[in-house]
Design a protein around this ligand. Structure first.
Ligand code: GLN
Length: 502
């Protein structure tokens, strides 16, 4: 591993930076400069950022400092920088979705979350890497090269929001936005030892997030702590007239009780279907140890059953691919992005543009989805998957009647080695087994660190709750974090020789 010296500010959480800005102990320009320095030091190796908006971020930081000087900050996070997954559009910037298809596509408008980030005064550091069109679990599917895991660069950071998670874990940004269709925020957060939040469907506007599977997609934060994630949720959540699925009832207060959460009297269910075959013994042990800690903090731990949990994965891959095949039809070589150079007629233009610009995994999903929707097979696959979806919603709902939250692993193993799974799509898909149910059921779920493997890779745990339970879930997550000091031990840069971080 290379030697590098990370600026001390890069260790700070969003919460700490916000307090230091408020107390005028630091400036936003200093924070952004420190992040840029960390990016400079480590991005060649980690490849989290696809593009860094150095000038814009510094200008926005300077404007923030002016506001702070006048005592008129736009929000408590005014001046705290953030990185954006490259499938969320920013006006005047390229949004590539890590695809050759959109390599030079510039967005004419801001996604609603970007409008909110800007209105809060948060400088945007740049756009970060992902699997092409968010299809994948490692970032190896990016058309622009894989991101590496900051804990061990021979391993993947997870995906598809791998750039977001790696950038936070490596101290290049205090927080990032990701998207989660079937685990893409939570799984990379788990692989990189940071916190990832998938809000309930409808809590955060999807306007301006490039659609993968519209009934499953959600934008959410990745940060170092649960409390930080709550602060970002507070900025990005809320009803939006531009997204018909945005839910007014989920315009909640995510920070109100964040420092008063208590495990006392909370019932946590552990589905027995999640702790069997296929789960690595180390992950199994870490989750059970976390459950024990929760119990000592006053929680009631209960074994529960979600009989159809194992079928969520098949339903997810049918539904998400079906929706993707329809959503990606718009990339036709005419309206957006890449166009083939030579073609005889319109048909050939469509065919060649799509053939040349989409990567292998994207093509696989389009084929799979088109097949699942084709006449004669629709009943057998798509409708069947929708029935499984209903059943799961019902079963999870039943469990949440008797428990406050459901505790599961995020992934069956710790981060894979680069290349380990990339030749076998089925193997790769199986890793999503624990994360897709939250999307299938539209429920909020968080992934937070709960231990380390013997070979020094982070292990995450997942909490899932009822549709409106995210504020409470964040509060008890933060309580757990405080009690266990999990984050104290989880800075990859501490282990690096030459780091002056400590
Ligand atoms: N691994 C999942 C997939 O490839 C995750 C996708 C996502 O959440 N964007 O479909």
């Amino acid at each position: 591993m290379k030697e590098y010296k990370l600026p001390a500010l890069c260790r700070m959480t969003v919460t700490q930076l916000s307090a230091m800005l408020e107390a005028k102990e630091i400036t936003s320009v200093e924070i952004v400069a420190a992040c840029l320095q960390a990016i400079e030091l480590r991005n060649d190796e980690i490849h989290a950022f696809l593009e860094v908006f150095a000038e814009d971020a510094l200008a926005s930081a300077a404007a923030s400092d002016e506001r702070r000087k006048e005592g008129k900050p736009l929000s408590s996070l005014d001046g705290v920088p953030i990185a954006i997954k490259d499938n969320i559009v920013i006006r005047g910037k390229i949004c590539s979705c890590a695809s050759k298809m959109l390599e030079s596509f510039t967005s004419p408008y801001d996604a609603t979350v970007i409008t909110k980030i800007k209105a809060a005064g948060m400088p945007i550091l740049g756009r970060v890497n992902m699997d092409e069109f968010a299809m994948g679990s490692t970032t190896e599917r990016s058309a622009f090269g894989a991101t590496k895991n900051p804990w061990n660069t021979a391993h993947v950071p997870g995906g598809s929001s791998g750039g977001s998670a790696a950038a936070v874990a490596a101290g290049m940004t205090p927080a990032a936005l990701g998207t989660d269709t079937g685990g893409s925020i939570r799984q990379p957060a788990s692989f990189c030892g940071v916190v990832g939040v998938k809000p309930a469907y409808g809590a955060v506007s999807r306007y301006g997030a490039v659609a993968f599977a519209s009934s499953l997609d959600q934008i959410g934060p990745i940060a170092k702590t649960v409390e930080d994630s709550a602060l970002i949720m507070q900025i990005i959540a809320g009803h939006d007239i531009h997204d018909a699925t945005s839910d007014q009832a989920l315009a909640q207060d995510y920070t109100a009780n964040i420092d008063q959460g208590s495990m006392k009297g909370i019932t946590i269910g552990m589905p027995k279907e999640c702790f069997g075959e296929g789960l690595s013994p180390e992950v199994d042990a870490a989750i059970k140890a976390a459950a024990n800690h929760m119990q000592t903090m006053g929680a009631v731990i209960k074994e529960v059953s979600i009989p159809d949990f194992p079928y969520a994965l098949s339903a997810y891959y049918v539904i998400s691919s079906a929706e993707a095949s329809s959503n990606l039809a718009r990339f036709d070589g005419i309206r957006y992005g890449y166009r083939a150079q030579a073609y005889e007629d319109l048909d050939e233009l469509y065919r060649k543009s799509r053939q040349e610009a989409f990567g292998m995994e994207v093509k696989r999903r389009i084929l799979l989805g088109t097949f699942a929707l084709s006449s004669g097979y629709q009943d057998q696959f798509y409708l069947k998957a929708q029935q499984v979806r209903e059943l799961l919603r019902y079963e999870i709902g039943e469990v949440l009647e008797e428990c406050d939250f459901i505790l599961t692993p995020v992934t069956p193993t710790t981060a894979y080695k680069l290349g380990e799974k990339s030749s076998d799509p089925m193997e790769m898909y199986l890793g999503d087994i624990y994360s897709v149910p939250a999307n299938i059921a539209g429920l909020p779920a968080i992934s937070m660190p709960c231990g380390m493997s013997a070979d020094g890779l982070p292990i995450g745990m997942s909490l899932m709750g009822a549709k409106d339970a995210l504020p409470r879930m964040l509060a008890i997550g933060a309580a757990y974090e405080r009690a266990q000091n999990v984050n104290e031990n989880l800075h990859p840069y501490d282990s690096v020789e030459g780091s002056d971080a400590k």
